[in-house]
Design a protein around this ligand. Structure first.
Ligand code: FES
Length: 58
């Protein structure tokens, strides 16, 4: 797993991702991007919304 600065968590080789509510999301790709900003409309996946978040907030 790798964290992108102010972006998603990149996960390699997972078969399934379990979200905060315990729901399982099958993974069909070698690498997936998980939302770390909590603003994605497609959680647990990153949808790029993090790019519009202000960058001057720590
Ligand atoms: S990290 Fe990309 S939308 Fe949240």
């Amino acid at each position: 797993m790798r964290a992108c600065p102010r972006g998603p968590l990149l996960v390699r080789g997972a078969d399934v991702v379990v979200d905060d509510e315990g729901k399982e999301h099958p993974v069909g790709r070698p690498v997936v991007a998980l939302c770390a900003c909590d603003r994605s409309a497609r959680k647990p996946w990153c949808d790029g919304t993090h790019k519009s978040v202000r960058r001057d907030v720590p």
